[in-house]
Ligand binder design. Structure first.
Ligand code: TTP
Ligand code: MN
Ligand code: MN
Length: 410
């Protein structure tokens, strides 16, 4: 079957999956300041506004020139940059900052309180709230909605307030039937405790530490070493921000498959549970936040196309793994299990960025009549399924010019 000519990648594309975008762009300062506003919109639950900031940030990150006043007309013509966004950009270009996102101190000799009172009457209240909400969401398991509830309904302001609150509200960690509410999924029992909020509070400093690339490599090697003892011959790729070239990651994401079929069926099904239990028994996994497996009768094997088996966990290296006496830091580890035919879509679907992934799905649907997700590609009109044998093939099938993983930071 002849595939259509792929669409050209260019920074003016309205789809993030067609905008090559480096990790660090020529307009980092502007991107940082718009990011503060985006974050505050997100924390306040203003999702539509947060999304339009996210879009604008994504577009600016791919823009290859430093934005100066004579480039403003061109910038205003980029799709996703509306009038309001243009005024923020103009403010930045003119003053080197955006007033709303300011966190710089007042001029020398001014009292911060009086400065804020006269020049930014909204800042005092707003920033105290922003600070509390931001701090609350550094706890794994607390999102913007919960953070606002803790602030508004329970009057909590600091992490100490939070500790006190959860000391009386948080159920103790216990072994857990994962996914007990999802009837189509297999029930999974693991002895690893779920990460309670109290436990997440204790692990906060660890989990907020960035992971250097060398440690990502070491974690990958150790996980695959254990997996090799359980099921020899597995293949894996570290995906997520690491694959996009981040020097420091917030977690480690690994896609795992096994290339050999045994009597027609793959050797991946149920692997998540076995591996997680082994890593837990070896003292390498301390908590499991989510674990899913799909139980599908062989006659209905289509449903493993819907979602992949995955485990979201907390991992800790064995003692002295980074040198004698080295500190052991708890790390977030995500394991994704893909049947061999879904390996390359899983890798593409988990490399990100989040915005790149969102637009990849949108592009497939709107422009190509296809459904893309990490578990596969399906043509809508006749439900034809594709089995790409490389990431290049994923791009070919979706009619996209190739973009290297390190340029998928849109
Ligand atoms: P993340 O690990 O959340 O983010 P990241 O790897 O880009 O950056 P960092 O970890 O350093 O903060 O997500 C990794 C990729 O996985 C991203 O492309 C989005 C995708 N993803 C899913 O497809 N499903 C999910 O449930 C989650 C959490 C992520
Ligand atoms: Mn990641
Ligand atoms: Mn992750």
């Amino acid at each position: 079957e002849q595939l259509a000519e792929p669409a050209k990648a260019h920074y003016t594309s309205r789809y993030a999956c067609l905008r090559p975008c480096p990790m660090v762009c020529p307009n980092q300062g502007l991107v940082q300041q718009l990011g503060v506003i985006r974050r505050s919109r997100e924390l306040e639950g203003k999702d539509t506004s947060a999304l339009s900031y996210e879009r604008a940030i994504s577009i600016i990150k791919a823009y290859p020139h430093t934005i100066t006043s004579w480039r403003l007309t061109e910038v205003s013509n980029l799709s996703g940059i509306g009038e309001k966004m243009l005024s923020k950009i103009t403010e930045y270009v003119t003053h080197g900052k955006i007033r709303e996102s300011r966190s710089s101190p007042p001029p020398h000799g001014y009292s911060l309180f009086l400065f804020n009172l006269f020049f930014h009457p909204e800042t005092i209240a707003a920033s105290a709230r922003f600070k509390s909400l931001s701090e609350f969401t550094t706890i794994y398991g607390i999102g913007a909605t919960t953070a606002r509830k803790l602030f508004d309904s329970f009057g909590l302001r600091t992490l100490d307030d939070l500790k006190e609150h959860y000391a009386s509200h948080d159920p103790p960690p216990h072994p857990y039937w994962h996914n007990r509410n999802h009837s189509e999924e297999r029930r999974i029992m693991t002895p690893a405790p779920v990460l309670s909020i109290m436990a997440a509070l204790d692990l906060r400093d660890d989990l907020n530490e960035k992971i250097p690339r060398a440690e990502v490599d070491l974690m990958h090697d150790i996980v695959m070493g254990e997996l090799g003892k359980l099921r020899p011959g597995c293949l894996s790729t570290v995906v997520g921000g690491y694959r996009r070239g981040k020097t420091e990651s917030n977690d480690v994401d690994i896609v795992i498959t096994h290339p050999t079929l045994v009597s027609g069926s793959d050797q991946v099904k149920g692997l998540g549970e076995v591996l997680v239990n082994r890593l837990y028994e070896a003292g390498l996994i301390t908590h499991v936040m989510h674990l899913s497996g799909f139980h599908t009768p062989d006659a209905l094997r289509t449903s493993h196309w819907d979602t992949l088996e995955k485990a979201l966990t907390v991992f800790i290296l064995p003692p002295d793994a980074l040198g004698v006496g080295s500190p052991r830091i708890h790390r977030r580890l995500d394991l994704i299990f893909a049947a061999p035919e879904a390996y390359w879509t899983a890798i593409t679907g988990w490399t990100g960025s989040k915005h790149f992934e969102r637009d990849l799905r949108l592009w497939a649907k709107v422009e190509r009549g296809m459904k893309f997700d990490s578990s596969g590609i399906t043509r809508r009109r006749d439900s034809k399924q594709y089995f790409p044998r490389s990431e290049q093939e994923v791009f070919d099938i979706l009619g996209l010019e190739w973009i290297d993983p390190t340029m998928r930071n849109a």
